[in-house]
Design a protein around this ligand. Structure first.
Ligand SMILES: [Mg+2]
Length: 535
């Protein structure tokens, strides 16, 4: 659970503000980080030299401008770059005014003659461009990936600080030429080298898994890691102690942009990210995708991570904001109240009322769950009841007052657990309705209410309690002494609920609506509840 806590810190205070469009986004981290979305990219930029006209892939001034525009269009915060010669080379595309630039400390290697142009090569290193304002806490080269060979590339790891926590990002450019699914079954020289790099990468991942902090791994892996049986992918995603790895290839479903090489080899992996973080991976094509005109033989891939945004359901929106809900509930109670006022009952009489979505409105609980992407649990429900934050369903208070004024009793028969009765009682009192145990009997549910169902005299889990009200055997909540049995025997003249099973002898799947309608508004009063029920 440690990593969940970490990422909760990382994104805990994130709000649901959309990232501005690239053209309106100032090149400062304070704005990009402020909107709580972080974008990380990986771009093999193909022999980026300094000056730009050097090396195996010399570029013109206009190509340089196109590359700068492309880099800006990525709308990214951190870019892992491969095949860059130097900091100066990177700064041609990611200018110093807006970017912090880092490069691995791999020593320069000997130049070689470029295959196609016959020119002399520039250095091939990995580097990072990090938007200014993002604090980079640590920069660390990984020389071990070069296997003590001058021809191989170091890795480069940054630890950046967001306003909410630390994030490690490793950038690699693995040995080229080993494109088989199982590098260990090829005796090509490239695969032999690759097979020595693979465990180094694996142990870096495992160390991050153990540390529990969120991490990212980007780069040109020169390997088809999204292929179903790729050996390296299998290694990376299974911890050696057989514990489940959190590592995920977020770019696995992307198709490479190069028309000749659609199997992607540039990837962005994440580990220890909470499931509450939304991830969106993309590949950015160039304006001209003719292989001869592409600005690099690789396109940049990007990953945006942001707190997951959950929408309220229509049901909760309707109950919490609509005028129709308020009108319907108030009007239903108004008619029920008129019915009570005009009737003359002899003897002791009671109105049986359900509590949730009948007397008390729990849309606050439901909204809170939905905004967190959570479902009902008994534990969270109990916590809500104990918080006493429910409000009145419109019309309920006046109705109860009228029943009592007319000399009636009120039986609150609820499927909240009976041990929560004191919270229910207090919640209602705090809303300004004074309850007296002499004329209000509150009865939460006990196990007997369910076990007594026999399909005949007791059909639903409130029938037993209704019978107890009518026989004078009800166990009612008493504010100070716990419970009492002094509630007077009462004839039930009306039942009010939001669920058809709030009516005597009725079960959802065989409710006789025609019969119930004969008592609609007189014996049976039903309120709307779009949020949950027994359907
Ligand atoms: Mg209810």
């Amino acid at each position: 659970m440690k990593h969940l806590t970490a990422i909760a810190l990382l994104f805990g205070a994130y709000s649901a503000i959309a990232k501005p469009a690239p053209e309106t986004m100032p090149n400062t981290a304070s704005s990009s980080m402020g909107n709580k979305e972080l974008t990380i990219s990986s771009w093999n930029i193909e022999h980026l030299a300094y000056p730009i006209s050097d090396g195996c892939r010399p570029r013109s001034e206009s190509e340089l401008n196109e590359m700068k525009a492309y880099a800006q269009s990525l709308n990214t915060d951190v870019v892992g770059l491969q095949e860059v010669a130097s900091k100066e080379a990177i700064e041609q595309i990611f200018p110093k005014e807006n970017w912090q630039v880092f490069i691995s400390d791999r020593p320069d290697s000997e130049s070689y003659k470029c295959r196609e142009s016959g020119r002399m090569s520039s250095q091939q290193k990995v580097g990072f461009a990090v938007r200014k304002g993002i604090e980079v806490q640590q920069v660390k080269s990984l020389p071990e990936l070069a296997l003590d060979s001058r021809g191989l590339r170091y890795g480069l790891e940054l630890t950046i600080e967001s306003p909410h926590g630390l994030l490690s990002i490793l950038n690699v450019h693995m040995k080229s030429g080993c494109f088989v699914d199982d590098y260990s079954r090829s005796d090509s020289r490239s695969c032999q080298v690759f097979s020595k790099q693979a465990p180094i990468l694996d142990s870096w991942v495992e160390s991050k898994e153990k540390a529990g902090l969120p991490y990212v791994m980007v780069g040109d892996f020169n390997h088809r890691l999204s292929a179903p049986y790729n050996k390296l992918t299998g290694q990376l995603t299974v911890n050696t102690d057989n514990s489940a790895s959190t590592l995920e290839n977020t770019t696995a479903d992307l198709i490479g942009c190069h028309p000749y090489y659609p199997a992607p080899i540039d990837h962005i992996w994440v580990g220890n990210l909470s499931s509450n973080i939304a991830k969106k991976a993309s590949v950015a094509s160039y304006k001209n995708m003719d292989p001869k005109a592409m600005l690099s033989d690789h396109c940049a891939v990007s990953l945006s991570i942001s707190p997951q945004r959950f929408e309220l359901s229509n049901a909760v929106k309707w109950q919490t904001t609509s005028a129709e809900y308020r009108f319907l509930t108030a009007a239903t109670y108004q008619r029920a109240e008129q019915q009570i006022v005009k009737s003359n009952f002899n003897g002791n009489w009671a109105v049986v009322m359900d509590v949730d979505e009948t007397v008390l409105d729990n849309s606050g609980y439901q909204a809170n769950l939905e905004l967190k992407g959570q479902q009902y649990t008994p534990a969270s429900w109990d916590a809500w009841v104990m918080s006493k934050q429910a409000t009145f369903v419109p019309g309920a208070k006046s109705f109860i007052e009228t029943v009592i004024r007319k000399g009636g009793n009120v039986a609150l028969i609820t499927n909240r657990n009976r041990n929560l009765d004191s919270y229910t009682w207090d919640n209602i009192q705090q809303l300004g309705l004074q309850l007296s145990p002499s004329n209000v009997c509150l009865m939460g549910r006990v196990s007997e209410d369910k076990s007594s169902i026999n399909g005949a005299s007791i059909k639903n889990d409130k029938d037993l309690r209704r019978q107890q009200i009518e026989s004078g055997t009800a166990s009612c909540f008493a504010p100070k002494s716990g419970r009492h049995n002094q509630f007077e025997t009462s004839q039930i003249i009306m039942q009010v609920g939001d669920n058809i099973e709030d009516f005597v002898g009725v079960v959802q799947h065989e409710a006789d609506i025609e019969t119930l309608l004969k008592g609609a508004g007189i014996k049976f009063v039903l309120l709307p509840n779009p949020m949950y029920g027994s359907w």
